[in-house]
Each structure stands twice: as C-alpha cells, then as structure tokens.
Ligand binder design. Structure first.
Ligand code: PLP
Length: 235
C-alpha cells in the first residue's frame, strides 16, 4: 500500500464515521503522526494533501524540520521543560501539557520569542497509572492556574489518549469523558487565555470511535505510514 492510498483510505473512514453521527468531515483535522518516519515519507504525505504533522519527541522535530516541506507541526508526546526552548518557534500546538510547571516554561519561552503558544491539556480519563496526563478532577484547576499565570499561553482544548484496546469500541467511555469536559469549557465562551477549539483524540486503532464521540483532531500514524521500526529509535 502506498502512502497516497493509505491517506485516501483514512479519509474515507473519517467521512464514514462522520456520516454515522451526522458530523461534517471538514470539522475533523487529520494529523499525520510521523515519528520514526523520514522526511521523504513526510513530504510524500504533504504532497497528498496532509497539512498537519505530529512528532512525539523534540529531537525528531529538530532532526527533520529543515528537510520537510511547509506544514503545521504538532508536538504530541511528553515534553521536558528543558527542551521547550528548542521547539517554541517550530510547533503550532503542544498537545501534551499536564502540569503548571511545564505551562510556565512554555509561557517564558513564548514571551522571549514574542509569541503566544497554543496548548492542549492532556487529560487522563482512563485514570490509568500512566505517568502522563492530568486527572479529570484536576483539569479545571490547572486550566484556571495557567490562565492566571501564563499570559503567553492560550489553552485551546484537550488531548486524550485511550488505553490500547483489542476492541476499539471499549475506548468509547474514555473519549466520552473527555468530550464532557471539553463541552463544559467551550460553553463558557472564549477569553484571551482560554479558547476551546480542539479536542485531540483518536489514533489508528480507535479514531473512528473518537470521531463518533466528538473528536475534531485525530492523530494517525500507522494507518498512513505502516508500522514503525522502533529499532530506528536507537539511532
Ligand atoms: C504514536 C502516537 C500516535 C499515532 O499512533 P498510531 O497508532 O500509529 O496511529 C498518536 N498519538 C500519540 C500521542 C502518539 O504518540
């Protein structure tokens, strides 16, 4: 399968999922997750109409950035504060903010570059023992603290990673819980610092369920580029 036909197939599945729940496919942004893939493959995807690409590691962004055609870059993986400086001018949206500490570092670096950085709060609705993501009960407090203390940060929504389930249907409750928080904040209306627009959820295994539950940003890697060679991570 070629990258082109894979993208066509993913787009068809997005359209079908939207049809099932009466949504407009234009409302769903497809982000191609390019971790462990090379600039050449990324450019091929961009030639096929992909506008948004995502990496989970800062060093992957830096390594490939200059070789990739113009695109909107997203950071979707855990971000260490000491690496924020290196990507602050390169990415348009950081999906993985899960602490005030990280938000304040983003704020500091954004201020130095005279920009306002859009972020999503990573919410852990599965209450998993995972190291990353904020507990649903702590989301409101974190958003308020960020809005109070980080003038160069704008909270644009939420990111949610469901636990991998052999049966994608089983991810539904985790996405639904994130959508509830998202709707509550969106209903408050936009302010300078908080303007809910993006609900980033759904990966290769579960993006159709995520769309049915209200996702408007899906992060798809494997279904576009094929399986990743994790040996490359050693390089
Ligand atoms: C790798 C990754 C994806 C894409 O996963 P696939 O299963 O390959 O589609 C999406 N989101 C995050 C946060 C990732 O790390």
């Amino acid at each position: 399968m070629s990258i082109e036909s894979n993208i066509e197939e993913v787009r068809a599945r997005i359209r079908a999922a939207c049809e099932r729940c009466g949504r407009d496919p234009e409302d769903v942004t497809l982000i191609a997750v390019t971790k462990l893939h090379e600039a050449e493959e990324m450019n091929e995807a961009i030639d096929c109409g992909i506008t948004d690409i995502a990496e989970n590691k800062v060093q992957e962004v830096l390594r490939k950035y200059d070789d990739v055609k113009p695109a909107t870059w997203h950071l979707i993986g855990h971000l260490q504060t000491n690496k924020v400086r290196q990507i602050i001018t390169k990415v348009a949206l950081i999906h993985s903010v899960d602490s005030l500490h990280l938000a304040r570092e983003i704020d500091k670096r954004a201020a130095q570059n005279d920009l306002v950085m859009d972020i999503l709060i990573q919410v852990n609705t599965a209450h998993e023992d995972s190291k990353f993501g904020v507990d649903p009960q702590e989301v409101d407090g974190l958003i308020e603290e960020i809005a109070e203390t980080c003038p160069h940060v704008r909270v644009r929504g939420l990111m949610c990673i469901a636990p991998f389930e052999a049966e994608p249907e089983e991810t539904r409750p985790f996405f639904r819980a994130a959508k509830e928080i998202f709707d509550r904040w969106q209903a408050k209306g936009p302010s300078d610092r908080i303007d809910f627009r993006w609900l980033s959820m759904g990966m290769t295994n579960d993006f159709e369920v995520a769309i049915e539950e209200g996702s408007n940003m899906v992060r798809v890697g494997t279904a576009i580029f094929g399986s990743r060679d994790y040996r490359r991570e050693e390089l």
